[in-house]
Design a protein around this ligand. Structure first.
Ligand code: COA
Ligand code: ZN
Length: 304
């Protein structure tokens, strides 16, 4: 049996929040369902953030309501920036939330209007509530490698945050390269150190492809033992609060690479291409995975 890698598609959140075109609830649902149809095991379907700050994420409660089990079997996640977000997510029936931590004050202020330490304190409060509420918490550390405001991140700071929040009961910790500035050597060193200390079961990585190193960074993390990755259908994305960030590494590319390397992702590439096409049609701006032209030709040949 081949080893598994667990992919979370964050396109319907990280991707859509940064598109010039705001999709309707129905269009967001179409995209989520198309990604799920391809067998992606988990999808971040939206966020509970100020609709003034991120108009594209308004109505995430309606998205969650429409995706209730048992009709929709794929586990969903909603991102939250603060306690208000947690309360809204809980009220909407979220089973898993991603709370954002920061490895710089500059980014914490810009993105959450708090200091780094304030976001840590709120996250500790959220973790206590979530245990009582039976909600799973993923803590994502934004700017784990470099901040557009404060510069390079000290890996020791990220290690401290990971240890603190695993200890506090977070279900998972995700290192986010929010602006896509990390290079593979950095990724390899930090992830290897973290896996050596904590094992890999609760660790994940989230890369953006700004400098075309997204897949190389995924590979470096895989080599260190990381088996959980965020990616975005058709490479949708960017962060409206992080200047210069482009889309996430595309689910199209990461699924193809990992499968060719012999890992099981549970994803059907043919059906994933349909989701990728839909992302492009709906947004008009999704770049599509870098492998897409080749991959579609290859898949067509296989079918003949
Ligand atoms: N969901 C919905 N509304 C929220 C909210 C949340 N999680 N948090 C705050 N708000 C609302 C407040 O109710 C208030 O609304 P009002 O103007 O109608 O009274 C308004 O946002 C400002 O609230 P305040 O507590 O003063 O917020 P702030 O200015 O300190 O912080 C943020 C603003 C962080 C809440 C807002 O900028 C935000 O949601 N940013 C989103 C960040 C994001 O999505 N980043 C991408 C993911 S990494
Ligand atoms: Zn991101």
């Amino acid at each position: 049996m081949s080893e598994s890698v667990f992919i979370t598609d964050v396109g319907p959140r990280d991707g859509l929040q940064n598109q010039p075109k705001v999709l309707s609830i129905d269009e967001r649902l179409q995209l989520v369902r198309a990604i799920a149809a391809a067998g992606v095991p988990q999808i971040e379907v939206g966020s509970f953030v100020s609709p003034k700050a991120v108009p594209a994420m308004a109505g995430t409660d309606q998205v969650l309501a429409a995706l209730e089990a048992p009709e929709f079997a794929t586990p969903t996640i909603a991102l939250i920036p603060n306690m208000k977000g947690y309360e809204l997510a809980r009220a909407a029936g979220a089973k898993t939330v991603t709370m954002v931590l920061y490895a710089s004050d500059g980014m914490a202020q810009k993105n959450a209007a708090m200091s780094m330490l304030e976001t840590e304190a709120v996250t500790l409060d959220i973790l206590k509530l979530a245990k009582q509420d039976g909600i799973e918490v993923i803590a994502t550390i934004a700017v784990s490698f470099e901040c557009p405001f404060d510069g390079p991140t000290d890996p020791a700071l990220v290690q401290t945050i990971v240890a603190k929040f695993l200890d506090a009961g977070a279900d998972q910790l995700v290192l986010a390269d929010t602006i896509g500035a990390a290079h593979p050597q950095q990724v390899r060193e930090l992830t290897a150190a973290l896996v050596a200390t904590h094992g890999s079961a609760q660790l994940g990585c989230h890369f953006h492809d700004t400098r075309a190193m997204g897949l190389a960074n995924v590979y470096a993390a895989v080599e260190s033992g990381i088996r959980r990755f965020d990616s975005s259908i058709a490479g949708l994305g960017g962060c409206p609060f992080a200047p210069g960030a482009s889309g996430n590494v595309a689910t199209d590319d990461i699924a193809m690479m990992l499968q060719q390397m012999g890992f099981d992702t549970g994803i059907d590439l043919d059906t994933l291409m349909e989701a990728s096409d839909l992302a492009e049609t709906l947004t008009g701006t999704a770049p599509g995975g870098r492998s897409k032209a080749w991959l579609k030709g290859y898949l067509a040949k296989q079918e003949r």
